[in-house]
Structures are given as C-alpha cells and as structure tokens.
Design a protein around this ligand. Structure first.
Ligand code: NAD
Ligand code: ZN
Length: 360
C-alpha cells in the first residue's frame, strides 16, 4: 500500500493513498483492529454513497460494525450531535477497546475524532476523509472538535488517528464547488511551502480540474506531506503551524460576515488575494505573480473579489479571530512564492489597502 508516515514525536501513524476502499481491511488489520467492534460515523450525504461499501470491507476485520449518521453540514457540528453519538455508542455497547471511524468531510472527521477522544476517555480512531479539503487538511494534524454557538471549533482536543485512509475516487461524487474550495487550500500549500509544487499545480491545472487520478493523488500526497512536516515540528500549534493559516486571517473575517454565502475555502481564496497584495506593496512579490495567482484561483472557480462588505467591518471582524493574541493581529505573509514570514508588524493602512483589493 502507498503511504506516508506522520510522526508527532509521541505518536506515529500512516496516511494511505488508494483509488478505492478495497484495501481498508488490510489497513485496519495492520493496526491491530482484528476482532474489535467498530462504529462508523458519517453524514447524511456521504453515508448513502459509501457507508455500505466501507462497512462490508471493514466487516472482514472487525467483529461488529455499526453506522451512525447525522444531518450533513456545519450546522450539525455541535455538542448536541456529539451527545447523539454517545447515545448511539452506548446503545450498541461500544466499549473502550472499540474503534470509531469518521467517514466524510471535515465536519465528520472533526466530530468523530472528538467523540473518539472523549468517549470512555478515548477510544481508537480512524479517519476516512472524502472531501478534498479533509484529505489535504483536516484529517492530518489531530485537531478535533465542535463549534459552540457562533464560536467555531471552540470545544475540542488534539487526538491523533490510528491511520488515515484516503480514497481519491471518493472525490468523483464531490460537488464541484466543494472541490474548488479544497483547491484553495491546495494552492495555499504551494504559496507557503513550495514554489515547485505551486508550479506543478499551474502546469497541471487542466488535469487536476478534470479529476485525473494520478495527478490528484500526487497533489493530495504532497499536501499531506507538507502538513505532516509542519505538524511534526509543532504538534501543539504554537509557532510554525501558524503558516498553515496563510490567507485565513482576512479569510475568517470575510467568512464571519458572509457565513451562509461562502464556503471556507472560498474565503481562504479571498484572504490569500488580500495578503498577497501586502506582499506586492512591500516589494516581496511582483504584480505579475499576483495577477497569475488570481488567474489560477479563477481557473478553479474560486472568488477573488467579494461584494456587499464594508471595509471597516471586515477590519473590525479581524479581531474576533481565535488566533488574535493580546489584541495584536498576526499575519502570515509570503516573502516569495513558497516561503512566508510571520509578523504582527502590519499597519492598519496596509491592512485596509489589502481589504480594498478584494472588495468589489
Ligand atoms: N481539524 C482540522 O485541522 C481542520 C482543518 C480545516 C478545516 N476543518 C473543519 O473542516 C470542516 C469543513 O470540512 P469540509 O469542507 O470537508 O466540509 P463537510 O464535511 O461539511 O463536507 C462538505 C460537503 O460535502 C459533502 N460530501 C463529503 N464528501 C463527499 C463526497 N465524497 N461526495 C459527495 N458529497 C460529499 C458533505 O456531506 C457536505 O455536504 C469545517 O468544520 C472546518 O472547521 C478542520
Ligand atoms: Zn482552512
């Protein structure tokens, strides 16, 4: 099987890359699941598509397999849904030696992981991400949790899975808009970590958009490797991991104001355009590079401008971000493609100009 290893120092686990669910049972067997009970947690969109196949594959290894579903969407990502999981787990006599798997996007993975981290003080956990965003981002790194009222990801834990199983073919059924949103995070990795990877995306954009399996596996694998490298260096999210938030500061602000209109990845695309403008104004990056970047986002049907927002509101919203410490805004800025600096030293004027760049 094709895999890379994530090593946090304390724990180490594989991320498998496959084009079907057929090797799930061998992955489970390798990590010592034989004879255990399993609860698969999935959402109301993904379960009808894949739960049966995944269940029958895993029944080859586990003694009993149950599927617990919830209503798809971020609105379900709360403690009420977690409580419904606990009820289901108790009803099906899932115990400390059992395993929980998350089959779905980031909402599913974050919640299944949180249930696994807390039920009986922690049971083994498996990630089976099915969106591009969850395959390149949320399934790697061990952050799990739920929203609390309007506060995103406020209740949670660090909890690593036993393994991550990525079936790139599951992207065939993903709505195009969700795929594009995931591409924003993919492009982000190029900007923060590797010009070579950025050039690869540019050079293969047609293949990526048309769903070419080899190309997709290649980019997903590279993103996982880049995230794993950062996470390995900084498992508790204190320093270098901040670079993964590239484009997220202004992105989150737009997301907060446009909550029901734009997807997270779309807001990240906007946020990246804004901070890239700071790089241009500071002379780190040429205007041509910024134009090329904007064109790449547009190619993947991502927004690069947003209407109906007020610049002061966008600015004020920046201070609601979880990552703001001591009222100081922290920015990750590209000093060239493939490299970033972290700084709190950005003037309000500079930020306003960046916001203006994305406001229609
Ligand atoms: N833990 C982390 O480090 C981390 C990082 C980034 C994002 N996140 C979290 O991830 C969540 C967003 O993840 P997401 O974008 O995957 O959202 P999601 O889980 O809501 O999935 C998006 C939509 O696609 C559907 N779907 C999923 N897979 C499908 C498939 N293969 N075919 C058809 N439909 C499919 C889902 O039902 C849903 O409607 C947010 O809650 C965010 O906070 C977590
Ligand atoms: Zn993100």
């Amino acid at each position: 099987m094709n895999y890379i290893t994530v090593d946090t120092g304390k724990e180490s686990y594989p991320i498998y890359f496959e084009e079907s669910f057929d090797s799930l049972s061998s992955a489970a067997e390798k990590c010592g699941c034989k004879g255990k009970k399993l609860c698969i947690i999935s959402d109301s969109n993904v379960a009808p598509l894949y739960a049966e196949k995944v269940k029958s594959e895993l029944e080859k290894v586990f003694s009993e397999v149950y599927v617990c579903t919830f209503t798809a969407g971020e609105k379900s990502k709360n403690l009420d849904t977690i409580k419904s999981f606990y009820d289901f787990l108790l009803e099906h006599k899932i115990d400390r030696k059992s395993v929980i798997a998350g089959l779905g996007g980031g909402v599913t993975g974050d919640m299944a992981g949180f249930a696994a981290a807390t039920f009986m003080r922690g049971v083994d956990f498996i990630q089976i991400p099915t969106t591009l965003l969850s395959q390149v981002d949320s399934s790697v790194g061990g952050k799990v949790g739920v929203d609390y009222g309007p506060y995103k990801n406020t209740v949670g834990a660090f909890y690593q899975p036993k393994f991550v199983y990525i079936n790139t073919s599951s992207l065939d059924t993903l709505p195009k808009r969700e795929f594009s949103a995931g591409m924003a995070e993919v492009i982000k990795y190029g900007i923060i970590a590797s010009e070579e990877f950025y050039d690869y995306i540019k050079g293969n954009k047609e293949k990526i958009k048309s769903g070419d399996k080899d190309c997709l596996e290649n980019i997903i694998r590279k993103c996982c490797q880049m995230k794993a490298d950062v996470v390995n260096l900084d498992a508790n999210d204190t320093g270098i991991r901040e670079t993964l938030n590239y484009g997220h500061t202004i992105g989150h602000s737009v997301e907060g104001l446009k909550e029901f209109e734009l997807l997270h990845g779309e807001c990240v695309a906007l946020g990246m355009c804004a901070v890239m403008d700071i790089s241009v104004k500071r002379g780190y990056i040429s205007q041509d590079k910024l134009d090329e970047f904007v064109d790449l986002l547009k190619y993947f049907d991502l927004p690069t401008e947003v209407s109906g927002l007020d610049r002061e509101n966008v600015y004020n919203q920046l201070f609601h971000d979880k990552k703001v410490s001591g009222n100081k805004l922290k920015f990750v800025i590209a000093d060239k493609i493939g490299s970033t600096i972290r700084t709190s030293d950005v003037e309000k004027e500079e930020i306003m100009t960046a916001i203006d760049y994305i406001l229609k």
